[in-house]
Design a binder for this molecule. Structure first.
Ligand SMILES: Nc1ncnc2c1ncn2[C@@H]1O[C@H](COP(=O)(O)OP(=O)(O)O)[C@@H](O)[C@H]1O
Ligand SMILES: CC(=O)N[C@@H](CCC(=O)OP(=O)(O)O)C(=O)O
Length: 253
């Protein structure tokens, strides 16, 4: 059976019933098995603000000082992960909440300037295949551990791509916009490496979307086929994408 990794942007938690509607769609798709990798950047923003911290991003990646990590871990691996579990249970799934460690990914520190921001490497064997065999729905946050035992904050798009690679699975990125938009805010149906580089250089693609298109491109190169960025706002998009139809932006290798 084909395995699909679905990256869910954290903003899905701010729209009532959006995650539940997506989980209901997944429950109806019995021809495939699913792994959810989720973000929660907006929740981290509000927790850090409430705790009195300033938070900044560098090219879409949150600068994550050690003293902020308890809040970042609490928001992502705790609150966001468990809120999604609630929605999955209501939709009829039997979810299991995981960090990247149990999913078979470890982290090492990439850039000291970003604090505890990690990059993904293969870790100890993933428990995900066994969970899928048991009929469980893995819900993976983007909190990682290193060989040093420390916590790492990983961008959730990068985390999803790493898990898809590890599982040899397909991947779909579901975010809060219908597609990658051009300078006139019109949806772009397809993007290749050259177009991506130009749009980033022109500042049309920035922030979290810059990370997402770059990560999608790497995933597309690995899978040797197009990878889609689409919106979680329309659960029917997911059915169409699973059926091989074109929805949103196709990133081609
Ligand atoms: N060219 C673009 N087209 C669409 N969205 C863009 C573009 N450039 C930047 N963005 C921003 O990227 C956001 C999506 O990235 P991000 O917030 O990281 O999503 P997610 O949480 O789903 O991973 C959009 O809501 C938008 O604000
Ligand atoms: C290093 C880094 O940037 N980590 C992200 C992890 C969450 C995330 O990626 O959330 P979305 O998918 O909702 O954007 C952050 O702290 O915001």
């Amino acid at each position: 059976m084909q395995t699909w990794v679905i990256k869910l942007g954290g903003a899905v938690l701010n729209t009532e019933n959006a995650a539940k509607a997506l989980f209901e769609v997944l429950a109806s798709q019995t021809q495939a098995q699913f792994v959810i990798v989720h973000g929660g950047g907006a929740l981290v923003d509000s927790w850090l603000k409430e705790a009195g911290f300033a938070s900044a991003k560098h090219q879409g990646l949150r600068i994550s000082p050690k003293e902020q990590m308890p809040y970042i871990v609490g928001a992502l691996a705790g609150c966001a992960n468990k809120q999604l579990m609630s929605q999955a249970i209501i939709a009829g799934h039997k979810p299991v909440g995981l960090s990247l460690y149990e999913a078979g990914i470890i982290s090492s520190q990439k850039l000291k300037a970003l604090g505890q921001v990690g990059q993904c490497d293969s870790g100890v064997q993933s428990v995900i295949p066994e969970l899928l065999k048991l009929g469980r729905l893995p819900l993976v946050s983007s909190i990682a551990f290193g060989d040093d035992g420390l916590w790492y904050n990983v961008n959730a798009d990068e985390a999803a791509a790493a898990i898809a690679k590890e599982l040899d699975a397909e991947i779909i990125f579901m975010t809060d916009v219908v597609a990658v938009l051009d300078a006139n805010k019109q949806p772009l149906h397809q993007l290749d490496t050259n177009q991506i580089n130009t749009l980033i250089a022109e500042g049309v693609i920035w922030g979290g979307m810059e990370v997402k298109v770059k990560t999608s491109l790497l995933a597309a190169q690995h899978l040797r086929r197009g990878v889609y960025i689409s919106s979680w706002q329309k659960p029917e998009n997911l059915v169409a994408l699973l059926a091989g139809e074109h929805v949103g932006t196709k990133i081609t290798p």
